[in-house]
Write a protein that binds this ligand. Structure first.
Ligand code: G3P
Length: 214
């Protein structure tokens, strides 16, 4: 499973990259706004650090506007993936982007039918938001299971990019299901390696080593 980091913060991306846990980056308008910096500057800086897919989201909601932004964004660097909201105008644009060789990440996916349409449009990635589904007392990972079944049924190439990840169990469940990618906040990536018994065991090993004659 590939790990993407879900942030636009350059410091966080550098830290995660140093851990060897950044196969790609996902951003969105909210994450860009948190940086207080210009969009293009942030994306260019991220692409200086990460050679894998870097998702940059359009903010137009009409076909022509989305296509204009998609051409602009994809021209910044070869590894840019254009993030498009899962709306009818967005799906039309994804089909055109696919035909033009522009990679896309279809975002704000909350149903299997939406994911089916994105795959038929040729999306490179689909981003179901599991955390936001959990937030309304439904089962976000059930959506991932449904999407993976449907994509396998019809041999779609679209990769399932589990988004809105809130904790390590989301990562575990995504891996059990065979999702292609999990995009995580840095905090979750850092939690993955942690286990209290590992820390306790290492502490005991080192304490016992002190008893070994030198
Ligand atoms: O990539 C989508 C992700 O940033 C959304 O996460 O926590 O705002 O639901 P969240």
């Amino acid at each position: 499973m590939k790990f993407f980091i879900d942030t636009a913060d350059i410091g966080e991306i550098r830290e995660a990259a140093a851990m060897g846990l950044v196969d790609g980056v996902t951003t969105n308008p909210t994450l860009i706004a948190k940086t207080g910096r210009k969009f293009r500057d942030v994306i260019e800086d991220i692409c200086e650090i990460v050679s894998g897919p870097v998702s940059a989201e359009v903010v137009s909601i009409d076909y022509d506007g989305i296509m204009r932004e998609a051409r602009e964004l994809s021209a910044i660097r070869p590894n840019i993936v254009v993030k498009v909201p899962l709306i009818p105008e967005g799906l039309k644009a994804v089909r055109s982007c696919t035909d033009a060789g522009i990679n896309t990440n279809v975002t704000l996916c909350f149903s299997a039918n939406q994911a089916l349409l994105a795959a038929k449009a040729g999306a490179t990635f689909i981003s179901p938001f599991v955390g936001r589904i959990d937030d309304i007392s439904d089962e976000g990972m059930d959506l991932i299971a449904d999407i993976l079944t449907i994509y396998d049924n019809y041999d779609f190439d679209t990769e399932v990019l589990v988004a809105s990840v809130r904790h390590p169990v989301h990562v575990l469940q995504a891996a059990r299901l065979g999702a292609h990618v999990a995009t995580c906040p840095l905090s979750v990536l850092k939690q993955l390696a942690y286990h209290p018994l590992t820390d306790l065991g290492l502490k005991k090993f080192l304490a016992d080593w002190e008893m070994v004659p030198k």
